[in-house]
Design a protein around this ligand. Structure first.
Ligand code: SAH
Length: 224
């Protein structure tokens, strides 16, 4: 008999090969991190059998856990190092931040839905990742108390990159965020802080994310 853990591990290895390596994920740390984090611990019970499918899955509150490939792509764009301090906006299931925590040193993540923050904390505790802090709040303002960050990853889409987030990047730091309309898809944007006053921006293609709701994002009333 194959145990559930063994089965999930096989599927995880297959996911890394077919969904990541066979596409354009080359960063060894990113491939290793997605090969370690048990995604089944971050999806609702009813969806566990689909934990390694090539798609986002519902996690409640109208939100989703991102497709594994998108988590890998954003983490690769963030160019994380072992001594980095990282901020994620939009904890959701906690999966994305769990992946980042296997590469970086200290990871902070902000979530606006109390229920999601709570269940993400529970999942992170279950897997025993203790370099992650889940904080309840509006991520569009970032986390000024803990800035600067070597990388900021926003997993919800806004009309533009909030200035507060750019200002909280260390010089040389990277920010990754979906930017564009509220529905119908967005562009995945990578920002690099060149010096105190200048930033470089690159477009990494079409993506589809849930909206970032907050002071420097979309307003609550517009929420779907
Ligand atoms: N990284 C997540 C993806 C979550 S989807 C994962 O791996 O599962 C995006 C999340 O952003 C949702 O949970 C949503 O509630 C949250 N969100 C939207 N606007 C936010 C804001 N202003 N501050 C913090 N979280 C926000």
């Amino acid at each position: 008999m194959v145990s559930d853990d063994e089965l999930f591990e096989r599927r995880r290895r297959q996911m890394v090969r077919e969904q990541l390596e066979d596409r354009d994920i080359e960063d060894r740390d990113v491939l290793d991190a997605l090969g370690i984090v048990p995604r089944e611990a971050f999806v609702p019970e009813d969806y566990r059998s689909m934990a390694y499918s090539d798609r986002p899955l519902p996690i409640g509150k109208g939100q989703t856990i991102s497709q594994p490939y998108i988590v890998a792509l954003m983490t690769q764009m963030a160019e994380l190092d072992g001594d980095d301090r990282v901020l994620e906006i939009g904890t959701g299931s906690g999966y994305g931040v769990a992946v980042a925590s296997r590469i970086a040193d200290e990871v902070y993540t902000l979530e606006r839905h109390p229920e999601l923050a709570e269940s993400a904390r529970a999942s992170l505790e279950e897997v025993g990742y203790d370099n992650v802090e889940v904080i309840l709040g509006d991520g569009t303002k970032g986390l000024p108390d803990r800035a600067p960050f070597d990388a900021i990853i926003a997993t919800a889409s806004g009309p533009d990159v909030p200035d507060s987030l750019k200002e909280q990047l260390a010089v040389g730091g990277r920010l990754v965020m979906p930017v564009g309309g509220k529905t119908g898809g967005q562009r995945l944007v990578g920002v690099r802080r060149i010096d105190e006053a200048s930033y470089d921006e690159e477009d990494m293609g079409f993506v589809r994310f849930v909206p970032l709701i907050g002071e420097e994002g979309w307003s609550e009333g517009e929420a779907t």
